[in-house]
Design a protein around this ligand. Structure first.
Ligand code: SF4
Ligand code: SF4
Length: 490
């Protein structure tokens, strides 16, 4: 077996890195994702493919490993290792090894929605890192205005890890100088288990009150299964819901009820959101995700569902790969797309035929499409479209879409940062795309994206559209069977 890194391999072979990704995705190049943004590839298959494309594999410097041995050392598993060296105690320093290949071509700046804000752009960030201007980088506010959407990386012909560099810059800042509420949320999460500091008893009371409402309205006998040992699914929650939108929790609960699912929510450390992944606080992310791992083991659950937010899914999965590879082999991480598709395909839930007589469009969150494709080898873009088409009279695409989609403008922690004007400016592409579709309904699958479009872009860009989360759409389209009941607990 050989270990390859897409950007480097593309550079060595003289092809675009998307070409290599396409080989892997299509199965033409059988490869297994391993930590550190690398792939394990069968050497013979690789050489065959190079021959088929007239490429010279013998000229490559490749690293061979035994298939039976651990593919990467601990140091190599650190995905930031090539870009970052941070101990804040030693002052801000960035190791620029991974960015020195920059050609200064400007492709990154050309696609960045906030290029020009403050006279900055991603190329400038990369060049400053190469030139050793770490202190200026760390002091600047622009790296905090970036949504980490990764459009720039997608465009970069050299595979420069631009978002990794921006995270390194953020991580190098003194914690008391982190802008806005982000660091406060991180500290609160470390102290209480969720970033809004909701006490256990309040969370339990809130869940029980919402469950009672749901039982009275649509799901007779419904009870919220808290801390249930041996359930099939452990479901995390976005703290925004019990704090400000508790009725939003009913959508998933109603779906679980109709599907007869066996599921549970832990009453402590239930928050899937990891704001440390926005501030570059590895210690906090490791702690937060470690608590989820601990809950999986304590409650003996087989599958983890991170249903509430593209960010939570991405941050938790990255952290599992990085720090809990061994422990997380004992359970499976499900996306909301896997689960909903499975329910529909297996007939576990029934939807009314096109209950929404409107034209709808779908907004692809960066974390589950472009970033998921790069980090985990799969973009979730088909499943949501199938569901929206099923529920709505007409479906129309925004252009560009899927892995090429524009960020809504609220990623990277921007929703909790004091850069309102920049967030709205960033969202202009999304607003124009939505308007051009003529759709009356925008569906998405991330809380952050939903809030940005619903609560900000609609007002700022005068859009007359409804906005729904994918699981909200499903819950509203659901036929709740009269004989539905809670899933059986083993
Ligand atoms: S991640 Fe997005 S916002 Fe940040 S520099 Fe790249 S393109 Fe610009
Ligand atoms: S796209 Fe890549 S190579 Fe070109 S300027 Fe940006 S970082 Fe450098």
């Amino acid at each position: 077996m050989i270990v390859v890194q897409i950007g480097r391999l593309a550079e060595q072979l003289g092809v675009h890195r998307n070409t290599i990704r396409n080989w892997i995705r299509s199965g033409r190049l059988p490869a297994r994702r391993v930590p550190g943004k690398r792939y394990l590839v069968d050497e013979e298959e690789f050489i065959k493919l190079c021959h088929a494309y007239g490429l010279d594999a013998s000229a490559l410097q490749i690293r061979r490993v035994s298939a039976a041995s651990s593919p990467l050392s601990e140091a190599e598993e650190n995905w930031d290792a090539e870009t970052v060296l941070i101990p804040r105690s030693q002052g801000p320093r960035l190791l620029v090894q991974g960015v020195s290949v920059c050609l200064t071509c400007g492709s990154c700046a050309g696609v960045c929605p906030i290029a020009g804000v403050d006279d900055w752009d991603p190329r400038k960030v990369v060049r400053m890192a190469v030139l050793g201007l770490e202190e200026d980088l760390v002091a600047a506010s622009w790296p905090w205005k970036c949504t980490l959407c990764a459009k720039c990386e997608q465009a970069c012909p050299m595979g420069v890890d631009i978002t990794g560099l921006i995270m390194a810059v953020r991580a190098a800042r003194e914690r008391d100088k982190v802008p806005g509420a982000l660091h406060k949320g991180v500290v609160t999460m470390m102290e209480t288990g969720n970033n809004l500091g909701i006490p256990r008893e309040d969370f339990v009371a809130c869940c029980e009150a919402v469950a009672q409402e749901l039982a009275e309205e649509e799901c007779p006998g419904f009870q919220v299964p808290l801390d249930v040992k041996g359930a099939r699914l452990l479901v995390t929650v976005n703290s925004k819901e019990p704090f400000a939108e508790p009725r939003g929790m009913k959508h998933w609960w109603k779906i679980f009820y109709a599907a007869g699912e066996s599921w549970t929510i832990p009453t402590e450390n239930w928050d899937g959101v990891q704001w440390g992944a926005y501030t570059g606080d590895d210690e906090a992310v490791r702690l937060g995700v470690g608590r989820i791992v601990e809950a999986m083991h304590r409650l003996q659950v087989e599958e983890l569902l991170l249903p509430e937010c593209g960010h939570a899914y991405y941050a938790v999965r990255m952290a599992l790969n990085r720090w809990y590879a061994e422990e997380s082999r004992r359970f499976r991480v499900l996306t909301l797309f896997d689960l909903l598709k499975d329910y529909i395909d297996k007939g576990r839930i029934q939807l009314r035929a096109q209950p929404f007589p409107v034209t709808a469009t779908y907004h692809d969150p960066c974390h589950v499409t472009r970033k998921s494709a790069k980090a985990f080898g799969k973009a979730y873009d088909k499943e949501a479209r199938e569901i929206v088409r099923r529920c709505c009279a007409e479906f129309v695409e925004m252009v560009p879409n899927r892995e090429d989609a524009y960020c809504c403008g609220a990623g990277g922690g921007l929703a909790a940062l004091p850069f309102h004007e920049e967030r709205v400016f960033h969202g202009r592409h999304k607003a124009h795309q939505i308007r051009r579709t003529g759709a009356a309904l925008v569906v998405t699958s991330c809380h952050n994206c939903r809030d940005q479009i619903l609560k900000s872009l609609r007002k700022e860009y005068d859009l007359s559209v409804e906005v729904k989360l994918l699981w909200e759409l499903v819950a509203e389209a659901l036929i709740v069977p009269p004989n539905a009941r809670q899933g059986e607990i083993i």
